[in-house]
Design a protein around this ligand. Structure first.
Ligand SMILES: Cc1cc2nc3c(=O)[nH]c(=O)nc-3n(C[C@H](O)[C@H](O)[C@H](O)COP(=O)(O)O)c2cc1C
Length: 378
């Protein structure tokens, strides 16, 4: 890296200590569902190559795609990976080893789809806090078609079982060698279905007040902390927007943000990952981004996400102290060597929706690269 280039992006390219992890720079690969595991949810060698490319390309930290947590209702997509069976744990170990050998660090994202199941090989039934039909339609790029099924209301025993399965899944992630675990608490999946009054009409301790609607997030957070047991990082991804409603805001505004972020720290989170459409956007007329509010209210390291593959945006959000790390999804998918190219003063490959069309599979991305003559360092 020339001094002139390093000097242009001093914040993006500076190291950071996240828990016990020494990150060489502030860049993070955001979680991206790639529906490319085998039919039994076992990660493949193709996936190991996919994740290894981000490590070789210089990303400080990689967060995996959303991974299901049990052999019941958690799976949301066809060919989504799980972290439940011994074969799935072995498959992930291969991915982790590949990333570590390439000098990278990798965290597993745990995901329970709740009512937003498009395909589940264990059951046709979907569950949710309440029997409320999800808004919106299934996503075609994940093999979905038409409206979502009407979910059945979860019993309290089922809630307990889902919480326990998060502890086991986190322990399995540690057995596979991951550097940490992130819970997908964003984008409308099961935790968000609990948090949102329209999808949670329960009258027990999981419904009603914010304290009650947030209980599920906090209990799975604590379960993951137990499963990780000090062997890695535990964190939570949060967003206000839902896949069916990009403009959704927490109904209590900044007061909800304060309560939610502070409670997650108290539940044991080591970091928070805040996803917004525009990472730099101001929230609640506060003069801060949502990531900045998380940093202030939670007091732990915060990863920001949302159009931060624009280097000026990434540099600004770090420089103004609104975030500790910058994650990117589409930018990383388009160019796994984004950090190294930034360091060398080269332009990264730009995202093209054709990279995830007609389906968001690894095959589609590989085909796009072949057609466009794009190769990456290996
Ligand atoms: C193909 C694709 C798959 C995604 N899958 C996930 C996922 O599994 N978990 C998650 O939390 N977010 C997922 N997201 C959302 C991204 O992590 C990110 O929040 C969003 O794309 C905005 O960031 P960007 O502007 O850097 O792309 C996905 C996005 C894309 C484009």
């Amino acid at each position: 890296m020339s001094n002139a280039t390093a000097g242009r992006w001093p914040h993006i390219l500076s190291p950071f200590k996240l828990g016990a992890l020494e990150l060489p720079n502030r860049t993070v690969v955001a979680p991206m569902t790639r529906i490319s595991a085998d039919t039994e949810g076992v990660p493949t060698t193709q996936m190991a190559t996919h994740y290894g490319a981000f490590a070789r390309g210089g990303f400080g930290l990689i967060i995996t795609e959303g991974t299901y947590t049990d052999m019941a209702q958690s799976q949301g997509y066809r060919d989504q990976p799980g972290i439940v069976t011994p074969a799935q744990v072995d498959g992930w170990r291969q991915v982790v080893n590949h990333v570590h050998k390439a000098g990278g660090r990798i965290v597993l994202q745990l995901m329970h789809a709740g009512a937003l199941v498009q395909d589940n090989r264990f059951t046709d039934e979907t569950i949710a806090p309440s029997a409320v039909q999800p808004a919106g339609e299934m996503a075609a790029r994940y093999y979905g078609d038409g409206p979502f099924r009407m979910p059945r209301e979860m019993t309290r025993d089922e809630i307990k079982a889902v919480i326990e399965s998060h502890e086991t899944a986190a322990a399995n992630a540690m057995a596979a060698g991951f550097d940490g675990v992130e819970i997908h608490g964003a984008n409308g999946y099961l935790p968000v279905q609990f948090l949102t009054p329209e999808t949670n009409t329960r009258r027990d301790e999981y419904g009603g007040s914010l304290e009650n609607r947030l209980r599920f997030h906090l209990e799975i957070m604590a379960a993951v902390v137990r499963g990780v047991a000090g062997r890695g990082l535990s964190g939570m991804r949060m967003s206000q927007s839902r896949s069916s409603d990009f403009g959704h805001k927490w109904n209590g505004g900044i007061d909800d943000a304060r309560a939610i972020f502070a409670a997650l720290t108290a539940a044991g989170a080591d970091f928070l990952h805040v996803s917004t459409h525009q990472g730099l956007g101001e929230e609640f007329d506060s003069g801060h981004t949502l990531a900045g509010l998380a940093r202030e209210f939670a007091g732990i390291p915060v990863i920001a996400c949302g159009k931060l593959e624009v280097p000026e945006n990434a540099e600004q959000i770090l420089e103004t102290g609104e975030a500790d790390l910058v994650a990117m999804a589409r930018g990383a998918l388009a160019d796994p060597s984004w950090p190294n190219k930034l360091g060398r003063g080269e332009d990264p490959v730009a995202f093209d929706p054709a990279m995830i069309s007609p389906f968001a599979t690894l095959d589609a991305t590989i085909a796009w690269r072949a057609e466009n003559g794009v190769t990456f360092e290996d």
